[in-house]
Design a protein around this ligand. Structure first.
Ligand code: F6P
Length: 335
């Protein structure tokens, strides 16, 4: 039988992503609008383990929609992977009378949430969990889009546009490493958007001659005297790529690792709007007793997926985008 939802917890876990604050705001305000109380759990799952929480009201999420980071802090919790850690977390849920948790983060966060819900059920306690996908890597199988990706891409292209200015003046080659963990979504999107000479992604096996040497050569033959090579962190090490370019092409690249700068900054309209819709959708699903679920996007629409099934889903890497990149850069270098 459906259970009345009186109080939910919200937390952010894993690497932060611009738009997490907008998602927290949406969860809190959507809950309050339904007469559901909301508790902010600080520092991810660690906060649930150690009872580190804050009561949320409508003003506690004022003026955060435009802020990067997460006001609830975030962490990757090793303790939550253990049975002892999960039992402590469940103890906090019982103590606070939480009927549901909205977990904002990546698929590791969702796995933890599902595990917690199962342990709760074994203990005779009903705890719904809803996941909101947020990571700059865009690497969650069940969702076409993850909160933070668009802002991170915009940050990366702003940096690379600046690098291009100085590479152009000095007629140099730039090797730029972008984040993405084991995925190349960020690198490929950014590479297309900056008109990179070459982009290295983990989804495509590297052939150094074909993928770098030939591309720099063609660009030079087309009249270009500066080159932009974008490397996904999961595809190789920028220093090593630079060393090989020097060795095989005879030019002396400059290396830039963009790093954590990609995780900060004011969220873009896409991230604010998606986070707002997902936060609203998560609370709606919980209120309708549809947890355990993930609020995802598919074909541009928001969908509520059953969490266990969602965690098994994989996303096809759109390799035709790589072909687009090649078609636009091969013949004329990087413009
Ligand atoms: O998952 C987000 C991400 O920024 C990845 O792109 C990157 O590999 C990783 O987190 C970095 O993690 P940390 O912040 O722990 O250094």
């Amino acid at each position: 039988m459906d259970q009345q939802v009186n109080r939910i917890g919200v937390l952010t876990s894993g690497g932060d992503a611009p738009g997490m604050n907008a998602a927290i705001r949406a969860v809190v305000r959507s809950a309050l609008a339904r007469g559901i109380g909301c508790i902010g759990i600080r520092r991810g799952w660690n906060g649930l383990i150690s009872s580190d929480f804050v009561r949320m009201d409508t003003s506690s999420v004022s003026h955060i929609i435009d802020k990067g980071g997460t006001l609830l802090y975030t962490a990757r919790s090793d303790e939550f992977r253990t049975v002892e850690g999960q039992d402590k977390a469940l103890g906090t849920c019982k103590l606070l009378g939480l009927d549901a948790i909205v977990a904002i983060g990546g698929d590791g966060t969702f796995r933890g949430a599902l595990e917690l819900s199962r342990r709760a059920s074994e203990a005779g306690y009903k705890l719904q969990v809803a996941g909101i996908p947020a990571t700059i890597d865009n690497d969650i199988g069940c969702s076409h889009y993850t909160i933070g990706f668009d802002t991170a891409c915009n940050t990366a292209i702003q940096c690379i546009d600046k690098l291009r200015d100085t590479m152009q003046s000095h007629e140099r080659c730039s090797v730029v490493e972008v984040m993405g963990r084991h995925a190349g979504y960020l690198a490929l999107t950014v590479g297309i958007a900056v008109g990179a000479t070459a982009v290295l992604i983990p989804e495509r096996e590297l052939d150094f001659q074909r993928d770098i040497v030939e591309k720099i050569r063609r660009a030079r033959l087309a009249g270009t005297t500066h080159y932009m090579v974008v490397v996904a962190e999961g595809a190789g090490n920028a220093m090593e790529i630079s060393r090989r370019i020097h060795e095989e092409v005879g030019i002396d690249p400059r290396v830039t690792v963009l790093g954590h700068i990609q995780r900060g900054g004011a969220p873009s309209v896409q991230d604010r709007e998606t986070a707002s819709r997902m936060g609203y959708g998560a609370v709606q699903a919980i209120a309708e007793n549809r947890g355990n679920c993930v609020v995802a996007t598919q074909e541009g629409h928001m969908v509520i997926l059953e969490m266990e099934a969602a965690l098994k889903m994989t996303k096809k890497f759109e390799m035709d985008r790589y072909q687009i990149l090649e078609a636009l850069t091969n013949n004329c270098g990087n413009i």
